[in-house]
Ligand binder design. Structure first.
Ligand SMILES: [Zn+2]
Length: 422
């Protein structure tokens, strides 16, 4: 962001940062443990106040100014949230008077835990380099890394070339609209560039696929099960329609994105049916209505308009063949794919930081799933995603994080923020 600005005595500063973060191992473990042990399960979204209090205290101790923004109840209701904690978004600022601001966003909610864990999901279990607990990898370990990255810069008395703003938000696990999405929508976020969770190791995420979720409602006519000819069987028609969607799926899944993904299978568009299925009421009643969901993911080369048109064409053809059946499409989400330009300063800065810390050549890739960064990328703000890693057990049982990886991520965030490229 300030081309030509020199990194002050690079090797010495860099070494000091790496040493500082190495020296903070026990504090990093302690904070990660505290974060895991506040069970911010979502849904329904609980213990948010307790969580914000901990983060707020830590940010203030580092000399950042903090402010809480509560997502209004009416907005929550509109998005279908009627239970759980107050939705608190915390913003922590380090205003250095620059024109540009690097924004790091973290979500503090976690998905619920099953009963199948070997350890208590909300009691951090520490064994050598591993901390096990719900949210360790998604994303409390990375949240901790972000905090310690800023702490290192403060402690070593360095001045970044841009203002630093951190946000800690709820509800990423339920789509983010009522957390970071709401903050961005209301102009409460300052960002020339954004950083958040994403890939790990030597992979940096610079975007995500588009998400198109809809429900297909198939409406027939009920009748007694012994005289099915008097009704219109919504289930049988839904099965035929599902076959048409399978044909569409075979067609769209042939298209390969030019963007790299960590898993090469993610380079294609996808269509997944039946995540939710509803219908029928009794064994001897012809089902009047069947509803099934469709989860369609778009590669950056596709547009929402194309995806919607493909669906409309399938329905139109089906209805022409089956005039007695009614079909309704209820759209739930339709987000465009987002990709940041890999030449953007923040992308180059992080690539150089990853190389320094891991010693490996960094690779830019897009993710199959979306993160909160999409709310910034939708406005054309360049963003990078990078996470501390464990066993890639995001949302699964026995989720854990490597302490070494939290430290490396803190180093990478720190070097990125201080990069002369910014
Ligand atoms: Zn996450």
């Amino acid at each position: 962001m300030r081309p030509g600005r020199q990194f002050p005595r690079p090797h010495k500063t860099m070494k000091k940062i790496l040493d500082y973060i190495n020296s903070r191992r026990s504090e990093i473990v302690k904070l990660t443990k505290t974060l895991i042990e506040i069970p911010t399960q979502n849904p329904p979204g609980e213990h948010y106040e307790e969580m914000v209090r901990v983060i707020e205290k830590k940010c203030r101790a580092m000399g950042l100014s903090t402010k809480r923004f509560i997502t209004p109840r009416a907005y929550l209701r509109k998005k279908g949230i009627t239970t759980g904690s107050e939705r608190i978004n915390l913003i922590a600022d380090w205003d250095l008077g620059h024109k540009e601001t690097i924004h790091i966003t973290c979500h503090y909610d976690v998905v619920p835990a099953t009963k199948n864990w070997d350890t208590h999901p909300f009691k951090a279990h520490i064994n050598k380099d591993k901390i096990t607990g719900r949210g360790a990898e998604d994303m409390k370990g990375t949240l901790c890394a972000a905090i310690f990255a800023v702490e290192a810069i403060k402690a070593l008395n360095r001045k970044p070339g841009a203002n630093i703003q951190l946000s800690f938000c709820p509800d990423e696990e339920t789509g983010g609209e009522t957390g970071f999405g709401w903050l961005v929508k209301n102009g409460l976020v300052k960002a020339t560039a954004g950083i958040s969770e994403g890939y790990s190791n030597n992979f940096i995420s610079i975007g995500n696929k588009g998400v198109y979720w809809f429900e297909v409602e198939v409406i027939g006519k009920s009748a007694h099960g012994s005289m099915p000819y008097k009704g219109i069987n919504a289930f049988e028609h839904a099965a035929d329609l599902a076959q048409e969607f399978k044909n569409l799926k075979a067609k769209i899944e042939k298209k390969k994105s030019r963007f790299m993904t960590k898993d090469s299978r993610d380079r294609f568009p996808t269509l997944m049916m039946g995540g939710e299925v509803l219908g029928g009421c009794k064994v001897n009643v012809v089902p009047e209505e069947v509803v099934f969901s469709v989860d369609r993911r778009l590669i950056p080369e596709e547009t929402r308009e194309t995806a919607r048109r493909q669906v409309r064409e399938v329905i139109k053809k089906f209805c022409a063949k089956n005039p007695r059946v009614r079909i309704r499409i209820n759209e739930k989400i339709c987000n465009s794919p987002c990709v940041s330009e890999s030449r953007a300063p923040v992308c180059r800065a992080m690539a150089s930081a990853v190389k320094t810390v891991t010693g490996k050549d960094p690779k830019f890739a897009i993710m199959a799933g979306a993160t909160d960064l999409r709310f910034l990328m939708q406005h054309g703000i360049p963003c990078v995603g990078y996470s501390a890693r464990g066993g890639s057990r995001w949302h699964s049982d026995n989720e854990y994080i490597s302490i070494k990886s939290i430290q490396n991520t803190a180093k990478i965030y720190c070097l990125t923020i201080l990069s002369p490229l910014l």
